[in-house]
Design a protein around this ligand. Structure first.
Ligand SMILES: Cc1cc2nc3c(=O)[nH]c(=O)nc-3n(C[C@H](O)[C@H](O)[C@H](O)COP(=O)(O)OP(=O)(O)OC[C@H]3O[C@@H](n4cnc5c(N)ncnc54)[C@H](O)[C@@H]3O)c2cc1C
Length: 391
């Protein structure tokens, strides 16, 4: 028997996390995800089981009742969900949004919310940044929060605000200073923690039907009142707080893509061995074998960058370049694996019962959200290679 290579050791490292997450995911089989997808439902039972098992409070420090894991470990949880055929998109934000509250929230805010999140009593799953008229140009967003005595009055509109119907809390980025009054484009934005539990007046949610069955919405604010003590950190400094959280978000999404990618290569490999056409397994043909092998090679390379970024993040080193590169490489490798899997399955790839077409739709998202590939390339061009800013 060949000795396990160091790459494959890495693929299987963190077994103390992988094994229990895999075993939980096995209870939510292909039939479960197909039904949720067909009926355009939210995978409530799955999210509830993950919550009860404590996996969604992985990043909350132990002193607030969480597991106190780091981002490398948390990324393995999301990877395993996607690798099992499920979709972390239903619940991943609780991990990547958490940093904003952990790093910039006051002790009072943390004590108010974190223990209940850790116990699974409430969810912090929603993150409202993107707006319809400004898109990737985040610093130009228009939603405005105007201070009036003890509250802020919020007016404006967000789009693609995911999981808001299945969350108790939402992180909102809004302007507190007009864009013409700020020196730097990134000044004048603030972060708020919105408590959604009492159906706040002044907020309307309109679901968006979309390709991957992602619970996502348009959200309209019309004098929504938010208490001043729900401002996170300093007024007008919010963009910096959101940026801080983005490296974790990129790494966690990269891990989900890695999970998708392995799911696709496993499926394609198995099918290519089983499917007999012209009296031989289709995988014997190099035209079938090589695209699967190539996508596997690219996945392994992307996985190295994902762990490099996660390890830098966990020791507190700067990791903007690595986190962005990991997200780009992993989302493209997953997509390449999806395409080769679809081609390997031939016509059957299009039938829902094999899950390939569903996972194909799900993984395509990650070249656009939460940041598009072009914007990552623009970041690398400017901040890593020192080329002129392109926008
Ligand atoms: C299913 C789904 C869930 C989402 N969930 C959330 C969420 O929970 N919270 C949230 O805040 N947002 C969410 N988003 C929004 C997501 O982050 C944005 O879609 C993404 O950032 C891209 O913004 P945009 O769609 O406005 O595209 P645009 O900014 O309009 O860009 C369109 C295209 O043009 C390209 N482009 C734009 N400017 C440039 C440039 N200067 N150079 C080169 N190319 C450029 C982009 O790369 C992109 O391919 C979600 C989106 C989807 C589809």
């Amino acid at each position: 028997m060949l000795k396990e290579s160091s790459l494959s050791q890495q693929r299987n490292s963190y077994d103390e996390i992988r094994a229990p997450v895999r075993s939980l995911c096995r209870k939510f089989d292909s039939g479960y995800w197909q039904k949720v997808d067909e009926e355009r439902e939210y995978p409530e039972a799955f999210v509830q089981a993950l919550t009860e098992a404590g996996w969604l409070s992985a990043l909350i420090p132990e002193k607030y009742g969480g597991a106190g894991l780091n981002v490398s470990e948390a990324s393995v949880i999301l990877e395993e969900i996607n690798r099992s055929g499920g979709n972390s998109g239903a619940c991943h934000a609780q991990m990547y949004v958490m940093g904003t509250l952990l790093r910039h929230g006051s002790e009072e805010q943390k004590l108010r919310y974190l223990p209940d999140i850790a116990k699974g009593k409430i969810r912090l799953q929603s993150f409202a940044v993107t707006e319809p008229t400004t898109g990737s140009d985040t610093t130009q967003l228009k939603t405005f929060a105007k201070r009036k005595n003890d509250v802020y009055l919020i007016n404006g509109q967000k789009v693609w605000t995911s999981r808001v119907q299945h969350s108790d809390l939402m992180i909102l980025l809004a302007r507190t200073k007009k864009s013409e009054e700020v020196e730097k484009r990134s000044d004048g934005l603030s972060v708020f923690l919105i408590d959604l539990r009492e159906n706040p007046k002044g907020m309307t949610v309109k679901p968006i039907r979309n390709m991957p069955n992602h619970e996502t919405n348009e959200v309209f604010f019309d004098d929504l009142e938010v208490p001043v003590n729900n401002l996170i950190g300093q007024e007008n400094e919010g963009f910096r707080y959101i940026l801080d959280g983005m490296n974790a978000e990129r790494i966690l999404i990269a891990a989900e893509c890695i999970g998708d990618g392995y799911w696709f290569t496993d499926k394609a490999t198995q099918y290519s061995k089983d499917r007999i056409v012209f009296n031989r397994p289709i995988g014997k043909n190099q035209g079938v074998q090589f695209p699967i092998a190539r996508s596997f090679v690219n996945l392994e390379a992307a996985n190295l960058m994902r762990f490099k970024a996660a390890e830098l993040f966990d020791i507190g080193d700067s990791c903007g370049a690595e986190a962005n590169m990991a997200k780009l490489l992993a989302s493209e490798a997953a997509w390449e694996a999806a395409n080769s899997c679809m081609q390997t399955f031939g016509g059957f790839g299009f039938a829902s019962e094999y899950d390939v077409e569903r996972k194909f739709r799900e993984t395509r998202l990650y070249q656009v959200a939460p940041i598009s590939t072009n914007l990552i390339l623009a970041y690398i061009g400017e901040h890593v290679l020192g080329m002129p800013r392109s926008y």
